[in-house]
Design a protein around this ligand. Structure first.
Ligand SMILES: [Zn+2]
Length: 533
């Protein structure tokens, strides 16, 4: 029997082709991707499109293939990303036409594809719109078919939560006063529509006006499309104080007076107000350009090449600074996640060179830089739901998100957090750690490597969209620092030798995974318990 040897088992070919993963190459890519010209690479905007084009060109120059079949460009997987704007937004009270974004507003994202057109000759004012045992604005009322008017927020009976006993868990605050809950009641009881008295409407900020003109984009998931098609939203109009007072005047009162009355008596003041009112809206959906960028390296072993290792990093970031007075206007995202994108590019180049020299991996490798991470892991969600290679053949996802800096717990930066590595597969954990011991010798910090850590990092980057389908993952991460999601996340603060060293760790791990005799066995369930045979 062979004794255990502590001497590192280095594969000379793996070492040779790792040489292109170096600090200079890292700087070359990152100084472009994280430059001000790329405007912080916000998904759906110019800077992200420029980044996508840059990455595609690199993949092409390495000789990688674009594997996307159903699009105009084989390197781009378009994600379903769209925003909504209103083609119509109208309100009239007592025959007077009101001005959108001044007297009232309608939120585009709440208007279904069918739009709405509501008319009536009377309004049911229902105060705070509460439906509780001790305070019911709807007692004895049937709201079906009616236009209801309520306050946007508040609950006059809500008591401040008592201080929790020492050691006791704080209970969630009452949600009865939330607008969502109020609208849900009206929807369930078939109201025709609702006028919400909302002080926000009195003085709209430029940012809010933007979103009300054209919504923030969203991912067109199957679930979302079903809801939009069903058109289940309640016709909802936010009205300002002036419109509210015009309506209350018919009942010989005004907003301040009636609110005071309710708050002091702690009794509902529901009443019908006879006044003609009409409101209507129609929406249009606008596709927004956003894509994952894919480069594919086919495996060399005919029996193994249908198995695919996926290496990811998100190329998007949070875009320009919104504060107009800021001196530094660009959130460069050099670390987050220009560093991971750079890492993916360097791995892609190294494996491509190995393949050209006849040392290509046995299994296939998909290098994928995804978009939409900062918007909620959207690009990877889209990929996992529309995989270019079958999920069943996807052996592992190695995800790199922030490998260019460090945190205050590690002054020398010679570390990387690994997260997820043993969550689904002890094999993968072993391979990753052995690669480090054999080649790179970085401190692997597993502080965040659990499902219960308060930071929830296991759920917070793109690997999770693979893990949720049972694909084992390793997430490489340098922790958060003072420039996280700030304009100060700049190229000048990147530790390029460490970026290259961590990228080499991912590379050697990928080398083992793509060439190993067997793919990592998934021996654990989603909750971390061992699978029973
Ligand atoms: Zn990130």
């Amino acid at each position: 029997m062979l004794g255990f040897s502590a001497v590192a088992q280095k594969n000379p070919a793996a070492v040779k082709f790792s040489e292109t993963i170096n600090k200079q190459r890292g700087y070359d890519h990152l100084s472009i991707l994280a430059s001000d010209e790329y405007e912080g690479r916000e998904t759906g905007k110019k800077g992200a499109w420029m980044a996508a084009e840059y990455i595609k060109k690199q993949f092409q120059s390495f000789g990688l293939k674009g594997p996307v079949k159903d699009g105009a460009d084989p390197y781009f997987q378009k994600i379903g990303y769209a925003s909504v704007s209103l083609s119509k937004s109208e309100l009239s009270v007592n025959g007077q036409v009101k001005q959108s974004l001044k007297d009232f507003y309608i939120t585009p994202a709440t208007v279904s594809a069918k739009g709405f057109d509501v008319k009536g000759t009377s309004i049911l004012f229902a105060g705070y719109g509460l439906n509780k045992d001790d305070f019911n604005d709807y007692a004895g009322q049937d709201v079906a078919g009616k236009i209801v008017m309520i306050f946007s927020s508040g609950d006059p009976t809500a008591k401040p939560a008592p201080a929790p006993a020492p050691g006791a868990r704080r209970t969630a605050p009452s949600s009865s006063g939330s607008l969502q809950v109020k609208i849900k009641y009206l929807l369930e009881h078939n109201a025709a529509g609702v006028l919400v008295i909302n002080p926000t409407a009195d003085n709209l900020s430029p940012q809010l006006k933007n979103v009300l003109t054209n919504s923030n984009p969203y991912l067109k998931t199957a679930e979302r499309m079903k809801n939009i098609a069903a058109g289940t939203a309640l016709p909802t109009v936010m009205i300002g104080t002036e419109v509210a007072n015009q309506i209350f005047a018919v009942a010989n009162t005004n907003l301040d007076e009636i609110k005071k009355k309710i708050n002091e008596s702690l009794k509902p003041a529901t009443m019908a107000i006879n006044i003609p009112v009409a409101f209507s809206a129609a929406s249009v959906e606008n596709d927004v350009r956003a894509e994952n960028v894919l480069g594919f390296l086919e495996g060399s072993d005919p029996k193994l090449k249908n198995e695919v290792l996926v290496v990811t990093g998100h190329y998007d970031h949070i875009g320009l600074v919104t504060n107009p007075n800021a001196t530094d206007k660009v959130n460069n995202g050099a670390d987050d996640d220009g560093s991971g994108t750079t890492g993916v590019l360097m791995l892609a180049e190294a494996f491509s060179k190995a393949k050209k020299a006849g040392k290509g991996p046995k299994r296939s490798i998909l290098f994928m830089t995804v978009c939409g991470e900062e918007k909620g892991l959207l690009g990877s969600e889209w990929y996992a739901e529309h995989p270019v290679f079958p999920i069943a053949n996807t052996i592992t996802n190695l995800n790199i998100d922030m490998i260019g800096r460090g945190d205050k717990d590690h002054p020398d930066n010679n570390f990387v957090y690994i997260i997820g590595s043993n969550m689904l597969s002890d094999d993968l954990d072993r391979v990753g750690k052995k690669a480090n011991a054999d080649y790179t010798n970085i401190l692997l910090d597993e502080k965040y490597n659990n499902r219960t850590d308060p930071n929830q990092f296991y759920y917070r980057s793109d690997h999770y969209n693979f893990a949720k389908f049972g694909i084992p993952v390793i997430f490489y991460f340098n922790g958060v620092h003072e420039d996280y999601h700030q304009p100060g996340d700049e190229v000048s603060k990147i530790d390029f030798p460490m970026l290259a060293k961590r990228a080499q760790l991912v590379y050697f791990t990928a080398w083992e995974l793509a060439n190993g005799a067997n793919r990592p066995v998934v021996n654990k369930n989603d909750d971390g318990t061992l699978k029973t045979k």
